[in-house]
Design a protein around this ligand. Sequence first.
Ligand SMILES: Nc1ncnc2c1ncn2[C@@H]1O[C@H](COP(=O)(O)OP(=O)(O)OP(=O)(O)O)[C@@H](O)[C@H]1O
Ligand SMILES: [Mg+2]
Length: 281
Amino acid sequence: MPAAQPAPLAAVPTAAEAESPRTIVDIRRLNLIYQTADQPVTALSDVSLSIAKGDFISLIGPSGCGKTTLMRVIADLEQPSSGDVLVNGMTPEQARLKRAYGYVFQAPALYPWRNVERNVTLPLEIMGMPAAERRTRAGEQLERVGLAGFERKFPWQLSGGMQQRVSIARALAFDPDLLLMDEPFGALDEITRDHLNVNLTRLWLRTRKTCVFVTHSIAEAVFLSTRIVVMSPRPGRILDVIDCARDLPRERTLGIRESPEFQRIAHRVREGLMEGHSYDD
Ligand SMILES: Nc1ncnc2c1ncn2[C@@H]1O[C@H](COP(=O)(O)OP(=O)(O)OP(=O)(O)O)[C@@H](O)[C@H]1O
Ligand SMILES: [Mg+2]
C-alpha cells in the first residue's frame, strides 16, 4: 500500500489544464482595439499563439506593433476586444489573482527609498507573507540573479544591469511558472546585455520557467529562444514563428552566434521583419 499522499499544495487542475497540461498560454484569434479620443487604434489583429511549459518565446517586431499590448493581455492589464486567452488553463484575471506570472517591465521600476532586499520583498509583503520568510525568499532570488551580498544597497547605488537583475529577482519572488519580460535589457550596452543573456539562459535552464520575452534585437532573440514570434507593423499580426530549439542546443554559449545554424535563423527573422515592413512610407 502506498503511503497516504499529502494534500496537494496547488489547486486542483481545471478541465482545460487536465486536457492540455503542457500549454501555459493559449491565445486564440485575439483582437485588441484601443478606444482613443480621436479614433480607435487596432493594436492586435487575429493573433493566435500557444506557449508550452518550458518554452522561451521571444516577441520581435517594429515599434508600436503591439508586443507590450500582447504581454499586458496575458498579464490581465488589458482586455481583449475579442478572442480567447487562457493562462495555465485559467482566464488572465484568475491567473493574476493566483499570481501565475511575474512581470519584468522595460524600466526596472524599483522604489528608490527601498533597499534591494525590500524591493524584492514588496510583492511578498503585499501578499502578507511573514517577514522572516520574505527575507529568505529575497535572498534566494538575489542569489539566482548573481546579486547575493547586495541586499542593503539602494537601487541608485547599482548599475542599470544590476537594477534589471533586481527586477527579475522581484518577478521571481513568488516563484511563478511564467515570466513575462518586456525588453528588460533594451537600455543596456551590448557587453552587459551579452552577459545578462548568458545569465538568463542559465536561469531558465535551471528553473525550467516558461518565458515570454520582448526584444528588438535579432541576436538576443535567437540566442535566448526556443521559438521566435515575428510580428508585423501595427496592427500586430504574427508573420512567422521560428523554431530555434530544433537546430540549436538548449544550453548555449555566446560562441554559438558564429554558427551557421544561428546565422540561418537570424536571417529568417530579418527576412520576416523586412517582409512585414514597408520601407517606402
Ligand atoms: N493605452 C493606449 N491607448 C491607445 N493606444 C495605445 C495604448 N497603448 C498602446 N497603444 C497603441 O497601440 C499600439 C501598440 O502599442 P505597444 O505599446 O503594444 O507597441 P510595442 O510593440 O510594445 O512598441 P515598442 O516596441 O515601441 O515598445 C501603438 O500604436 C500604440 O500607440
Ligand atoms: Mg513595448
